[in-house]
Design a binder for this molecule. Structure first.
Ligand SMILES: Cc1ncc(COP(=O)(O)O)c(C=O)c1O
Length: 358
């Protein structure tokens, strides 16, 4: 273990320079219990991060009734800064996912206030090195011990936090993605746009197959006829073709990403031609073959913006932009990460500082 330079308590927690993604957890967590028959959400509590005690019949363990979110806190220029990037969007998406999964929603003001309190409690865990942050994982699980299939009447909401470095071992280096026309992630009318465990469990088999072939993530196609692009494992996807920035439109099967929304806004305000539309995989292949495909990049909280150097489709490999990071991906990465840590102006009011007591 190395030292954490800013830790005021002097405890050695982790080595900032070697941070991976999601293996280390901070000292405290927030918990709020819910009972449908006993007053709804109970009083929030901040406790030491510890194992949960669940009955083996708890409904989350059988039917996966669950929702989660992922957002990041950053250290800022001032010592007391704790900077969040568009947390209102994560909270709204959390509640939308809850509605879809028959889970009671949480008052956004309470969610925000308690999350901020937890962040202030564990502020010494926020790493400071470039590219690092404190990843925040709000989660709600169904905890009735009951084996019939129905929505649970009791829930546990909790927030755990993890100091993180780069999501991909490649860092900001380009990644390779594998287009699958064998497996699908979500169907229209399903739960694809909800951030719920089932979507990720369903993705593992194809992701493992892609890893074995040397690809970082799977690029999913639409389930009906596997003709159009959906999203990547944990990212939304963008193409730059003939100087137009194109991303699949939201249609209920893909996650409405916070980073996706930010990328769209930045690109539009930079005067680029931007489209949210149905993109066929055949059009992407044709663009790659005729040198019109200038860039592919993914967007997501964990990796921010992730350039794609290669993709494989129907056993054929295609290289994008000579396998190098494209100019737009680089610019967006710099812009968003700069705004997140207050190194760049934030004309949109995206950054929310919760470092000081209200
Ligand atoms: C399936 C999926 N798509 C897209 C994203 C990107 O969303 P966001 O930018 O809100 O992190 C994520 C990550 O949360 C994801 O898990």
């Amino acid at each position: 273990m190395g030292t954490l330079p800013r830790n005021k308590t002097g405890v050695q927690q982790y080595d900032e320079a070697k941070l991976g993604f999601g293996d280390i957890f901070t000292e405290h967590m927030l918990t709020i219990k819910y009972s449908a028959t006993d007053g709804g959400w109970e009083t929030p509590q901040i406790v030491k991060t510890e194992n949960l005690s669940l009955h083996p019949g708890a409904m989350i363990l059988h039917y996966g009734q669950q929702v989660f979110e992922g957002l990041k806190a950053f250290a800022g220029p001032e010592d007391e800064d704790i900077l969040l990037f568009r947390p209102d969007m994560n909270i709204a998406r959390f509640n939308k996912s809850c509605e879809r999964m028959c889970i009671p929603t949480m008052d956004p003001k309470i969610f925000m206030a308690r999350m901020a309190e937890l962040l202030r409690k564990d502020r010494d865990w926020i790493p400071r090195a470039a590219g690092t942050s404190l990843y925040i994982r709000p989660t709600v699980i169904a905890i009735d011990s009951h084996l019939g299939v129905r929505p649970s009447k009791t829930y546990l909401f909790y927030i755990i936090m993890s100091p993180v470095g780069a999501y991909y071992p490649e860092g900001f280096e380009p990644v390779k993605i594998m287009v699958t026309d064998k497996y699908v992630r979500a169907v229209i009318g399903g739960v694809g746009e909800a951030k719920t465990a089932a979507n990720y469990a369903a993705s593992l088999y194809a992701a493992e197959a892609a890893h074995r072939e040397g690809f970082t993530q799977v690029l999913w196609l639409n389930a009906v006829d596997k003709s159009s692009i959906e999203e990547v494992g944990t990212m939304n996807i963008f193409f730059r073709i003939n100087d137009e920035i194109i991303t699949p439109k939201l249609g209920g099967t893909i996650l409405p990403g916070v980073t996706r929304d930010s990328v769209l806004r930045l690109c539009r305000d930079k005067g680029m031609k931007v489209s949210e539309k149905v993109i066929s995989i055949n059009d992407v292949v044709s663009a790659a073959q005729s040198d019109k495909l200038q860039e592919i990049f993914g967007s997501g909280t964990a990796a921010v913006v992730s350039p794609v150097s290669h993709f494989r489709y129907k056993e054929q490999d295609y290289m994008v932009a000579d396998g190098k990071t494209g100019a737009v991906a680089r610019d967006l990465f710099d812009e968003i990460t700069g705004i997140q840590v207050s190194k760049k102006p934030d004309p949109y009011g995206w950054v929310c500082n919760v470092g000081l007591h209200p």
